[in-house]
Design a protein around this ligand. Sequence first.
Ligand code: PGA
Length: 262
Amino acid sequence: MLRKPAIVGNWKMELSHKGALEVVRALKKLLKGVNIVSDVVICPSFSSLSEVAAAVKNSDKIQVGAQNVHWEDRGAFTGQVAAMQLTSFVDWCIIGHSEQRALTGETDEQVQLKANLLLKHGITPVVCLGETAEERQADQTVSKVTQQVRVLLASITRTALAKMVLVYEPVWAISAQGSGHMPEPSEVAEIVLLIRKIAAGKFGNEAAERLRILYGGSIKPDNIERYVAEPGVDGGLVGGASIHPLQFLEIVKKVQMAIGEE
Ligand code: PGA
């Protein structure tokens, strides 16, 4: 398998601490009999990270990620969390999510700083890229994603590239946006190819072929197959469906069926 599939569950701010522990325990049970050949990652809120991490400590099937991190190593940043504080609990961290970008004005440059910092601390960055509805209407999807990828890769080494996971997640396709729309799988494949081409331009074909790229936005058990069936789509970033253990399990299974044994 050239690229190990990855399914990342983004729990957002949907679960209480008790609820988070219930979901992780249920998931652990459900995954018991399943042969896991992908990276299955759950991303709770900061407040539940340590206990969720403890709950999966001996599991070789579930890994834990954070939903954000600050771009500075340490300092006077009230309310923020640093990469060095996450290392005890997580192996993964989502950055550049559109909800975070919209809320705090997070820039591509800050996303790039965060990626570098996470890599320095041995945490896999899950970097979200994608255009808004307005940008799509203005036919700016390609230019927007190109810009985001260029900035992200500007100061990354080839070794670091192999440790990152990128996600094409069109903002308008996220379920919380309520548009009810998703891109055609072939459109996702085109953007994934675009991202890989940019990576190849900087690091060569072999490195680009090893880069994992996921799709994100309204993934459900009944639609994931169509996306991972496309060449180059290595899994998914799952929001709403990830807090329902049965749905998440179904998505994991479908990804593995489609590309797990590649
Ligand atoms: P969704 O969320 O699956 O509920 O659309 C995805 C995300 O925002 O990461």
